[in-house]
Design a binder for this molecule. Structure first.
Ligand code: B12
Length: 426
């Protein structure tokens, strides 16, 4: 069984097999291993090794971590997956309890990579020395070597994906030999803008304050960017079963009555003061400070005198994630991954539809300006999610914040609509 799963891994690496089918193979292997395990002789070694796996404190992104879990499990490893938003104390407790061979840490937010340092320091205090494998889109090999390794006497290594982690667990490669294929994007130079010279008339909104909106699945589906869903979320190539998967997931959502999604949005008078945006709201003047990022600040897209800003928070609600958890815990890996990918794209599409709705209400062209979210490089301060949640009364649609300012439910997006025609991501 394990030999065949290793072959599946090789096919994936060579591009012969696509991710959803790797997960289908993993389902079969997992079912077979579950069946065989109680029948193995007591003396037989039940697992090839053990990993305690977690997404670190402050971070709710979990698909990457769960892919590591699935691939290791179906290759005969025991995985203790303790979930997302886990700090040093929780992970150390799991290590002490399960005595693993490795710890796996995942981080998708730049801020949560700092949490990794704290976790390793905590391990150090507790005299834990087992090897730690770090991954996730925010982690880089450089960060692991220059920031994480110096604070931990045990070995720390970077793995770009689940299969690299498998090789490290197997001991078949030295972590330093792992090929790193991280792409670094060329940064464009963004020059400062002067909002007062944009020659745009001051916009007049249909209302000031906050409104709630409901979106229905059937109205959103035609706007889902299928190419992105299929290629980026499902990792499928052309000529595949994508269309069938697409229809299956929509049916799954309908069967589970997950067809209504909501958003809150609002228009507010505002003005710029240096690198700050001062917003008039029912709660008084709210201040968002854009002093952090580099050459320009988001405030520069607004006038020093009267201007208008709009914000929204859109959410798929808690039910898709609930269904995902059920599929994952019942080892339906392929459907889990397909639903997760669809949920992510639905969350993105909802946000795009809200952005378009706001531009339409303002009488602006569909492509004018950009939307920026707290946590993006141009607006790194995640704590500003608190300001947006309060400003928009987002609890009305069931949104709250985790201790580390992540939106709950997780398939939610918050954003500021910047309608300045020269607005660019930086
Ligand atoms: C999908 C996604 C979402 C989804 C939610 C996904 C979810 N629930 O998991 C939605 C659309 C809801 C979302 C929302 C937000 N997101 Co988001 N999101 C992404 C996106 C586009 C992809 C992440 C992903 O799922 N990738 C696919 C998986 C398979 O890849 P992966 O997790 O990296 O895992 C692979 C490897 O990294 C590795 N790996 C991962 N973990 C581990 C662990 C170990 C041990 C090992 C060995 C390997 C490993 O293995 C996996 C492959 O095998 C990223 C951009 C990006 N390029 O990463 C932004 C991103 C992570 N999000 C970001 C932000 C800011 C947000 C928001 C805060 C924005 C906002 N204010 O609304 C919100 C927060 C939501 C909340 N609830 O608070 C930022 C983070 C910025 C930063 N660097 O700090 C990113 C980078 C986007 C950006 N360009 O700025 N997001």
């Amino acid at each position: 069984l394990l030999k065949s799963m290793a072959e599946v891994g090789e096919w994936f690496e060579k591009g012969i097999m696509q991710l959803p089918f790797v997960l289908q193979a993993a389902e079969v292997i997992k079912a077979a291993l579950d069946f065989l395990e109680p029948r193995l002789a007591k003396s037989a070694k039940r697992h090839r090794g053990c990993m305690v796996l977690a997404t670190v404190k402050g971070d709710i992104h979990d698909i990457g971590k769960n892919l590591v879990d699935i691939i290791l499990r179906s290759n005969g490893y025991h995985v203790v997956n303790i979930g997302t938003d886990q700090g040093g104390a929780e992970i150390a407790a799991a290590v002490e309890r399960h005595n693993p061979d490795h710890v796996g840490l995942s981080a998708l937010l730049v801020k949560s990579t700092l949490e990794m340092t704290g976790i390793l320091r905590h391990f150090n205090e507790k005299n834990i020395r087992i090897p730690v494998i770090c991954g996730g889109a925010a982690v880089t090999p450089d960060f692991v070597a220059s920031v994480l390794q110096p604070v931990y006497p045990g070995r720390v290594c970077y793995c770009s994906d689940a299969f690299a982690a498998l090789k490290v667990m197997e001991g078949s490669v030295n972590p330093s030999q792992i090929q790193v294929t991280k792409k670094t994007r060329q940064k464009r130079a963004i020059t400062a803008v002067d909002s007062s010279t944009s020659n745009q008339p001051v916009l007049s909104p249909p209302f000031y304050g906050v409104k709630t909106m409901t979106w229905f699945l059937d109205d959103i589906v035609p706007f889902i960017e299928k190419k992105i869903l299929i290629k980026a979320r499902w990792r499928l190539g052309p000529g595949s079963a994508a269309e069938q998967f697409f229809n299956e997931i929509i049916q799954l959502l309908k069967d589970n009555r997950i067809t209504r999604f909501s958003a809150v949005y609002g228009y507010f008078k505002c003005h710029r003061h240096g690198r700050r945006l001062l917003i008039d709201s029912e709660q008084g003047v709210v201040n968002i400070d854009f002093t952090m990022p580099k050459q320009i600040s988001l405030a520069e897209y607004f006038r020093e005198n009267d201007d208008l800003v709009s914000f929204f928070i859109s959410s798929c609600g808690p039910d898709i994630s609930g269904l995902e958890k059920k599929l994952f815990s019942t080892d339906q890996y392929q459907l889990y991954m397909l639903l997760h990918g669809f949920g992510v794209q639905l969350a993105e599409t909802l946000a795009t539809r809200m952005h378009q709705h706001i531009l339409h209400e303002l009488g602006l062209p569909e492509k004018q300006g950009k939307r920026f979210s707290p946590g993006y490089p141009a607006w790194p301060e995640l704590a500003d999610q608190k300001t947006l949640v309060q400003l928009l009364n987002a609890e009305k649609i069931g949104i709250c914040l985790s201790e580390n300012f992540q939106l709950i439910p997780e398939l939610s997006v918050s954003a500021m609509v910047v309608s300045h025609p020269q607005a660019e991501y930086f």
